[in-house]
Design a protein around this ligand. Structure first.
Ligand code: UD1
Ligand code: CA
Length: 451
C-alpha cells in the first residue's frame, strides 16, 4: 500500500486583536516556541507532505517563522479577512497542485498533536470526503456546533447562527478538518457567505458534501488539545497544559522532577538518563542535560549544554552558549555565558564567566570575574587545564592563563600568565605570595608522589 500524500494548510491570517500586542498572534510563545511552530511541528512532515501557511498582509515575520520551522513551507497572503473558507482558498494554487489528503488547521491551536492529524486522515482512506475534529466543550459558547443524526455528521452551525436548541449541543468544531483531495476544491468553491457575519465559513463544507452525496465524519479529541488562543489568559492556560505534557514526557523518560509543577521546560529540552531537577528551575530553549546531571533549585538555563554528572546551582544562570563538560560544578550565583568549561572544572560561588574557555579540572574561586567587555568589544579569556584562580580575581580579557597556573586571590590579571606560573596582584603581593607558595608546595608534593 502506498502512503497517501498530504498538503497541510495552516490559517494564520488573523489579526489577533484580543492579544493586545504588536506581535502577530501566532508568534506568541508557548513553552518557548511560537504557537505557529507548535502547529507546524505537529503537521505531517517528510516525503509526500507539503505545507502552506496563509498569512495576513504585513505579516512577513509570520512567513519567516514558518520557513524557519519548516523550510519547505509555502506562504500565501490573504488580503482581506473574509472568513475561514476564503482563507483556505488563498492557498488555492497549492491545493490545485493536488494531494491525496488536505488538512486545514488554525495557527492558534498549539496543543494539537501529530497523532490527531493521523486519526483525522484515516477515514479519508476509507472513502470519506471530509473529516472534522470534534470535542466536548465544557462551555460551548462561541464554538461551531456539530449537528449529528445518529453518528452521521450533517452540518456545523456557527454559534451566531445557531437556534436555542442547537446551542445546547456540546459537541463542538475544533477547527481542524481533513478533506479528500479529489473533491476538496469542488466543495470549497461552493461555499457562500449567506450567514449572520457575511463570511465564507469553512464549516459549510459539511452540508455541501452531504448534498453532493459524500460522507463527512467526526473524530473526537479532548478539549485541551484544541484550545484556541485568543487572549493572554488563554495563552497562559495553554502554557499550563503544555508544561504538564512536557513534564510528563520527561518523567516517562526517567527524569526525576522533585516538584514537577514548579519546573518549566521548553519544547526542545533534551535529557540524558538519571537527570534530577530540583524545585523551581526554569529551562528555556536549546538546552540539553547529560546523564546523571543534577540541576539544583532556582537555576535559569537557556541554550546550554550540560555534561554528564554535572551539578548546576542552586541559583545558577546559564546563558546562551554555556557548554559544561562532564562533572563540571557550577554553584550558587554563578553566571556563565558563551563559555566552554571542560570536564571537572568548578566555579562554585559568585562568578561571571563570559566568552571564556576553562580547561579541565580548573578551579575558579569565589567572586572571579572575566572582564570580557572593554566598553566597545567582547574579548576572550582562555584558562588552561588544572589552573587555580583565587577568590575575587578579575581576569581582564583578552587574556590567557596557562595550564596549572596559580592566580592569587584579589588579583587583577591584565597580561597572559604562562603555564604553571604564579601571578598575584602587586599591592598585596606578600600575602598572596604566601598562598601561592603553599599551593606550589602542595603541588610539588603531589607531583613527587606520582613520580
Ligand atoms: C472557528 C470555527 C468554529 C470553531 C472554532 C474553534 C469557522 C467558520 N468557525 O470559529 O466552528 O468552533 O473556530 O476554535 O471556521 N482566519 C483567517 N482568515 C479569515 C478568518 C479566519 O486566517 O478570514 C483564521 C484566524 O486567524 C484563526 C482561524 O482562521 O486562526 C479561525 O478564525 P476565527 O475567526 O477565530 O474563527 P472562530 O470564530 O473562532
Ligand atoms: Ca478562534
Amino acid at each position: 500500500m502506498t502512503a497517501r500524500s498530504s498538503l497541510t494548510v495552516v490559517l494564520a491570517a488573523g489579526e489577533g486583536t484580543r492579544m493586545r500586542s504588536s506581535l502577530p498572534k501566532v508568534l506568541h510563545p508557548v513553552a518557548n516556541q511560537s504557537l505557529l511552530a507548535h502547529v507546524l511541528r505537529a503537521a505531517p512532515n517528510g516525503p509526500g507532505t507539503r505545507l502552506a501557511v496563509v498569512i495576513g498582509p504585513d505579516h512577513q515575520a509570520v512567513a519567516d517563522e514558518a520557513r524557519k520551522v519548516r523550510p519547505d513551507a509555502e506562504t500565501f497572503v490573504q488580503r482581506e479577512r473574509l472568513g475561514t473558507a476564503h482563507a483556505v482558498l488563498a492557498a488555492r494554487e497549492a491545493i490545485a497542485r493536488g494531494a491525496d489528503d488536505l488538512l486545514f488547521v488554525f495557527g492558534d491551536t498549539p496543543l494539537i498533536t501529530a497523532e490527531t492529524f493521523e486519526r483525522l486522515r484515516a477515514p479519508l482512506k476509507n472513502g470519506a470526503a471530509l473529516t472534522v475534529l470534534g470535542f466536548r466543550a465544557a462551555d460551548p459558547t462561541g464554538y461551531g456546533r456539530l449537528l449529528m443524526q445518529g453518528d452521521r455528521l450533517v452540518a456545523i452551525r456557527e454559534h451566531a447562527d445557531a437556534s436555542a436548541e442547537e446551542r445546547k449541543v456540546t459537541l463542538c468544531n475544533a477547527g481542524v478538518m481533513a478533506f479528500d483531495g479529489k473533491t476538496a476544491l469542488k466543495i470549497l468553491d461552493k461555499i457562500g457567505n449567506a450567514n449572520s457575519k457575511g463570511e465564507y465559513y469553512l464549516v459549510d463544507a459539511v452540508t455541501i458534501a452531504r448534498d453532493m452525496g459524500l460522507e463527512a465524519v467526526v473524530i473526537e479529541t479532548n478539549e485541551d488539545e484544541v484550545r484556541g488562543i485568543n487572549t493572554k489568559a488563554q495563552l497562559a492556560e495553554a502554557e499550563g497544559v503544555m508544561q504538564a505534557r512536557l513534564r510528563k514526557v520527561a518523567m516517562e523518560a526517567g527524569v526525576t522532577l522533585i516538584a514537577p509543577e514548579t519546573i518549566f521546560l521548553a519544547a526542545d529540552t533534551a535529557f540524558g538518563k538519571d537527570v534530577t531537577i530540583e524545585p523551581f528551575v526554569v529551562i528555556g530553549p536549546g538546552v540539553s542535560i547529560g546523564d546523571g546531571a543534577v540541576i539544583h533549585s532556582f537555576s535559569h538555563i537557556v541554550q546550554s549544554t550540560i555534561g554528564k554528572n554535572a551539578s548546576v546551582g542552586p541559583y545558577a544562570r546559564l546563558r546562551p552558549g554555556a557548554t559544561l563538560g562532564d562533572s563540571v560544578h557550577i554553584g550558587n550565583f554563578v553566571e556563565i555565558k558563551a563559555s566552554v568549561l571542560e570536564a571537572g572544572a568548578k566555579a562554585n560561588h559568585l562568578s561571571y564567566i563570559g566568552d571564556a574557555e576553562v580547561g579541565a579540572n580548573t578551579n575558579i574561586g569565589a567572586g572571579t570575574i572575566t572582564c570580557n567587555y572593554d566598553g566597545f568589544f567582547k574579548h576572550k579569556t582562555i584558562i588552561g587545564t588544572g589552573a587555580f584562580v583565587g577568590t575575587n580575581s578579575s581576569l581582564v580579557a583578552p587574556v590567557k592563563i596557562g595550564a596549572g597556573a596559580y592566580i592569587g586571590s584579589g588579583s587583577v590579571i591584565t597580561k597572559d600568565v604562562p603555564d604553571d606560573a604564579m601571578a598575584v596582584e602587586r599591592s598585596q603581593q606578600s600575602t598572596r605570595e604566601g598562598g601561592a607558595k603553599r599551593y606550589r608546595e602542595i603541588k610539588m608534593k603531589q607531583k613527587n608522589k606520582q613520580l
